[in-house]
Structures are given as structure tokens and as C-alpha cells.
Design a protein around this ligand. Structure first.
Ligand code: G4P
Length: 532
């Protein structure tokens, strides 16, 4: 294997998807600890940061110079080079969170075992499903009484439509939590509540091994465990790597992130099962990093600096093929210009370091004086573009107007810039006497960010008038049905590319429209995938 091939095949780039408070920060910290990227837990970010009120959040942005939402964390472990893409979760949940998933090759879904699948996890899962990437599941907080593991598995199937294969299985839970049994490796990991980090690992010949009775002690618990394993073996799904790779089957790992229990087992299995940087579609066909060795990549996120004293933006680029070398010249395909990549940074927690070299699968941050747009392709010595970045349905909408008419030009310029950065989506009312501009955002905090940035960067005061809609659907269809729809349907807008989008207040309204126009198709994103 050449050096390039071994660099690529040992890379793992993934995102952790979860609902706030499931333990994502905790799990991330533990993973970084294993990789030696941090020395003690708690240094990834102030855990409560993203729960701060808006004013505090702005302060944090200012102090740090770069957003709390922007972390891409990387560490080395057991010969692997791991990149974790952070998906912001609390009030700062935004379309960026979705877009970040387009840069990942796999995802780990973190679930609080007491709560099961929650709203935000469901939304993020849908995006992963649309991309068809492998999804791993970590059932967290086993040290507390949670829900029945079978019930949790059923919920995955019912709510998310994904089948599962528990790689390990808990023995007891909460007060009675005794450990987990690794079905693949046939070994027992014992939980010591007084010192959870001290994990006794015992190899057994199978679930019936009398050693298990000896070490667990509690006959009732062991009997229940054996019954459950038998049920899984007989009625459960089989372990099938192909199904995992295609995202139809999720391997489940039970554990407790806070006590570091089950985390290393998860990591070991995950690294073996998850894919190395995957091929991507482009205007020139599929770009497979093992075959196409020239540098190429796409911008999936642009992070503006909230501090007016530091105007720089950072464009996050996912390298899809080849080797990045500092100072290299690349084509910025959309503009046709040649760019010299002089100041790329990589991110670990809050520090920025200049990097010299990076490979397919890596994420680099490029200083952006306003050059880049979401979805831009950079490529060395060629001219193709990666697939356009999809837009996802916003959840909050406002009519936006400028307070002083004289500032109209700056207002339009600011709006355009923020739209290109992907901070907001801009729609125009369709077929209305007086055209209005409507801003759509995924997280409500983005409205405040918008107001703040237009004021500080463009010196424009705006007025936002909230609308009652809670989601948008892109509409596809033609002929008479589409014409009637355009004439009769209320709350139609067009997106930046002129596509017809309909805004709904609730599911009922949407169902009514779907029933009324059976020849039209309604999509949750501008990619026209994930039909509803
Ligand atoms: P998030 O990033 O997904 O929002 O979650 P975070 O890691 O901040 O964890 C949310 C809370 O859940 C934290 O408690 C954390 O300690 C706790 N937690 C994480 N993993 C486990 C686990 O395996 N078992 C148990 N019992 N708790 C877990 P907190 O009280 O909000 O914060 P802290 O005071 O502990 O820092």
C-alpha cells in the first residue's frame, strides 16, 4: 500500500447525532481522551456554553474569536486518524448542523436509554438516511435506570425505520447494572460502580459459560440475560456488514459515557466497521479517493466571526480526494479563478493551528474574505464540481424589511452574503401583489444572529415579522396539476433558485395539500430526496 492509500484508508470522518443532554459532549471528551488529544475531560468546550442565553453566546463568540459551534475534532487512535464533526445541538441548532452531515462518511447516533429516540435525533437521522451512510448507535446512561433494551430497539425500527443489531447487551441496568456482554467478541465487561474506569474483561465461550454465573453472582440477573440473548439470537437481525454499510442496519452499543464504560469497545468496533473516505458524485462522475489522487474538496459550512474586530470567516472544506499541501494552487470552480491555499487551519477544540498537509477525509478551515459559498468545489488541475449542497426545510419564518429605505443596497448585499454563507434561506412570496422577502431558519437563534450581523457588518437595522409556519416543502411536478397548484395554493414562495416551495403551519395542512394534489411531489429538502 502506498503512503497515500494508507493515509486514506485509516481515516474515519463521522458525526455524532443526538438530542441535547443525551451526552454528546461527554462521549466526545471520552473519545478524545482515548486518542490522547486532550489530557483530562472537560476541555473540549464548556459544556454549558451552548445552553447560554443569546447575549452570553455573543460574548463567547467574541472571546473565542471563532464560534463555539464550529469544532471539528481530530485524534489518532490505534493507527487510525479520526475526525469528529461537531453537530451543534442546543439553541444554536441550525441548517449548518444538517449540512455538516454531508461531510461525514458515517454517523454515531447517541441515545439516552431512559428517553429513547428524541426529536432532534430524528431530524438528524433523516439526513443521514437520505445520504445512505452507515449509522452506529450508542445507548447511553446505562448506569441509570432506563427503558427496556428491546423496547429501545423497537423504537428505532418504528420511529426511524432502521433495524438493529446489538453488538453488546447489558446485564441489568441502573442500580443492578453489572456490565455488558460483547456478542461478537464473546467477552464480558464488568461494571464496577465504585470505579467505573476499572473495567474487568473476561473472555467466555458463550452466554452459557458458568464463569458468567460466578462473576455476576445474581442468579436472577444471569437467567434474564441468557433469555434475552437467546431471544436476540433467534428472533433478532443477523449481523450483516453490507446492511450496516448501506445504513439499513445499525449496530448498537450499550454503555455509560460519563463513566467511560463501553466507550472503548464502541470505538474499537466502530473503527473496524465504519468506512474510510467514501466516493462522492461529481459532474465528472464518481470521485473515489483511492482512484482519483488529485486534490479535490467541497465547502460545507461557512463560519462567520461574530466579533466585528475580527472580520474573518472560515470556510470548512471536506477533502474528498488527494493530498492537500499548504500553498498549493487550486481551481475555485464556480468562479473559474485560481486560488493559493496559504492559510489553512485545522481545528482541535478551540485552538487553530496552521496545517501543512491533509488527506481525503480531513476537514480543513480556509480563511475566507468572502470568496466562498456553501457547496463550492476546489480542485487541483481539473474543473469538475461536486453535487450541489441541498437546502433543508427551515422551521421558523419571518418577513424581513429594512428600517431605513436608503440603506436598501447594503441590506440586499448583507442578505445575499448571509444566504451564500448558508446562515439563512431567503424566499420570495409567489404571485402576490407586493413581493415580500421571507427569511427561513432552522434554529430560532439565527434570527438574532441575522439581526446582529446586519447591524454590525452592514450597518442596517431590520424588522422581522414572525410568520406562523413551521416547515417548508419543495414541490415538484408539471402540467395542469402544477399550474392549478400555483394558482390555488396559499403560502407559496420561491427559493433562491426559483423553485416552488410551499409553507405549512402543521402536518394537517400538508396532508390536505398532498391529498388534493396527488400528482405533485413534496420534498423536505431542495435535493428532492426524502419525499413526504
Ligand atoms: P450533550 O452534549 O448531549 O448536551 O450532553 P452532555 O454531554 O452535556 O451531558 C448531559 C448530561 O448528562 C450531563 O449532566 C452529563 O454528565 C450527563 N451524562 C452524560 N453521560 C452520562 C452517563 O453515561 N450517565 C449519566 N448518569 N449521566 C450522563 P449534567 O448534570 O447536565 O452536567 P454535569 O453537571 O454532569 O456536567
Amino acid at each position: 500500500m502506498t503512503t497515500y492509500e494508507s493515509e486514506v484508508t485509516t481515516r474515519r470522518t463521522f458525526a455524532i447525532i443526538s438530542h441535547p443532554d443525551a451526552g454528546k459532549t461527554t462521549l466526545t471528551e471520552k473519545l478524545l481522551l482515548f486518542g490522547g488529544a486532550i489530557r483530562e475531560a472537560g476541555t473540549v468546550k464548556g459544556r454549558k456554553n451552548s445552553k447560554h442565553a443569546m447575549s452570553d453566546w455573543m460574548e463567547i463568540e467574541k472571546q473565542r474569536g471563532i464560534s463555539v459551534t464550529s469544532s471539528v475534532l481530530e485524534f489518532q487512535y490505534d493507527g487510525y486518524h479520526v475526525n469528529i464533526l461537531d453537530t451543534p445541538g442546543h439553541e444554536d441548532f441550525s441548517e449548518d448542523t444538517y449540512r455538516t452531515l454531508t461531510a461525514a462518511d458515517s454517523a454515531t447516533m447517541l441515545i439516552d436509554a431512559a428517553k429513547g429516540v428524541e426529536a432532534q435525533t430524528k431530524k438528524l437521522f433523516k439526513v443521514c438516511k437520505m445520504r445512505g451512510i452507515p449509522i452506529f448507535t450508542f445507548m447511553n446512561k446505562l448506569d441509570r435506570q432506563g427503558r427496556d433494551p428491546f423496547e429501545l430497539m423497537e423504537e428505532l425500527e418504528e420511529l426511524l425505520g432502521i433495524r438493529s443489531y446489538p453488538v453488546n447487551w447489558p446485564i441489568g441496568m441502573g442500580q443492578s447494572f453489572a456490565g455488558v456482554y460483547d456478542r461478537k467478541e464473546k467477552r464480558l465487561e464488568l461494571y464496577n460502580p465504585n470505579n467505573p474506569k476499572d473495567i474487568d474483561v473476561i473472555s467466555v465461550i458463550g452466554p452459557d459459560d458458568p464463569k458468567i454465573d460466578e462473576v455476576i453472582g445474581d442468579a436472577g440477573l444471569v437467567a434474564q440475560f441468557r433469555e434475552e440473548i437467546e431471544l436476540l439470537d433467534v428472533a433478532g437481525d443477523e449481523f450483516d456488514e453490507k446492511q450496516i454499510k448501506e445504513g439499513h442496519l445499525t449496530p448498537i452499543f450499550f454503555g455509560s459515557a460519563v463513566s467511560s464504560f463501553g466507550v472503548q469497545t464502541f470505538l474499537n468496533h466502530f473503527l473496524k466497521l465504519s468506512p474510510y473516505p467514501t466516493p462522492r458524485e461529481s459532474s465528472n462522475g464518481v470521485i473515489d479517493p483511492l482512484e482519483y489522487k488529485h486534490f479535490s474538496g467541497f465547502v460545507f459550512k461557512i463560519q462567520a466571526n461574530m466579533n466585528p474586530a475580527h472580520r474573518d470567516r472560515v470556510a470548512f472544506l471536506r477533502i474528498t480526494s488527494g493530498t492537500f499541501k499548504r500553498g498549493m494552487n487550486v481551481n475555485h470552480v464556480r468562479t473559474g479563478k485560481s486560488l493559493k491555499l496559504n492559510q489553512p487551519t485545522q481545528f482541535l477544540a478551540q485552538s487553530r493551528e496552521i496545517i501543512e498537509e491533509a488527506y481525503a477525509g480531513d476537514i480543513i478551515g480556509l480563511f475566507d474574505p468572502g470568496t466562498f459559498r456553501i457547496g463550492d468545489t476546489l480542485v487541483e488541475g481539473a474543473n469538475f464540481e461536486f453535487d450541489e449542497m441541498p437546502h433543508f426545510s427551515p422551521e421558523h419564518f419571518s418577513v424581513i424589511t429594512v428600517k431605513e429605505a436608503l440603506k436598501h443596497k447594503s441590506f440586499e448585499k448583507g442578505l445575499q452574503q448571509l444566504t451564500e454563507e448558508g446562515a439563512i434561506q431567503l424566499f420570495k412570496t409567489y404571485n402576490r401583489h407586493t413581493e415580500q422577502q421571507i427569511v427561513g431558519v432552522v434554529g430560532v437563534l439565527q434570527f438574532e444572529v441575522l439581526e446582529y450581523r446586519l447591524k454590525h457588518e452592514y450597518h442596517v437595522d431590520i424588522q422581522l415579522e414572525r410568520l406562523p409556519f413551521s416547515f417548508a416543502r419543495w414541490v415538484d411536478g408539471e402540467g395542469e396539476a402544477m399550474e392549478t397548484f400555483k394558482r390555488m395554493q396559499r403560502n407559496l414562495v420561491t427559493d433562491r433558485d426559483g423553485r416552488i416551495v410551499v409553507l405549512f403551519e402543521n402536518d394537517f395542512q400538508m396532508r390536505t395539500a398532498i391529498d388534493k394534489y396527488p400528482d405533485l411531489q413534496f420534498f423536505e429538502n431542495s435535493f428532492f430526496k426524502s419525499r413526504v
